[in-house]
Design a protein around this ligand. Structure first.
Ligand SMILES: [Zn+2]
Length: 136
């Protein structure tokens, strides 16, 4: 799991096994599972709240890694609602949004995963995985 600081090209979306975790599920089993589109290996990454990931803002800051419109057109994030703008201009579900890069341990194909984590409403903590994309 790593951060990305150079310009990348989003190639395609990779289906994930499960994309929404609520409350206690998050501590127990929140993880991203997807099959590598090259070698078929199942990649499995555990998400630990407040440890896993880097602010998604770092991707579109000065459009260093990805332009805002690339993030929007690939449906990686959405424009944040007015009353949640403190979480940043682009988010998933109007919650703090993070990303990480990961390489398939078998063949080295590169993937980016974007997710959000936070309290959606009192008593409802939500972890939503926006998706995993193959990039180059
Ligand atoms: Zn692979």
């Amino acid at each position: 799991m790593y951060s990305i600081s150079n310009k990348i090209l989003i190639e395609k979306r990779i289906p994930v096994e499960e994309d929404t975790f609520i409350n206690a599920e998050i501590g127990e089993l929140a993880g991203v599972k997807f099959s590598c589109c090259n070698c078929g290996l199942e990649n499995s990454i555990k998400i630990t709240p407040y440890e896993t990931g880097f602010p998604v803002f770092q991707l579109y800051d000065d459009e260093k890694v990805l332009a805002k419109n690339e993030l929007l057109s690939n449906k990686i994030v959405s424009e944040t609602s007015k009353n949640s703008l403190h979480f940043g201009e682009l988010t998933v579900n109007d919650l703090p949004t993070l990303y990480f890069g990961t390489d398939c341990p078998s063949c080295g194909f590169k993937y980016i995963c974007v997710f959000s984590y936070g309290e959606k409403q009192p008593g409802l903590t939500l972890l939503s995985i926006s998706g995993v994309w193959k990039y180059s």
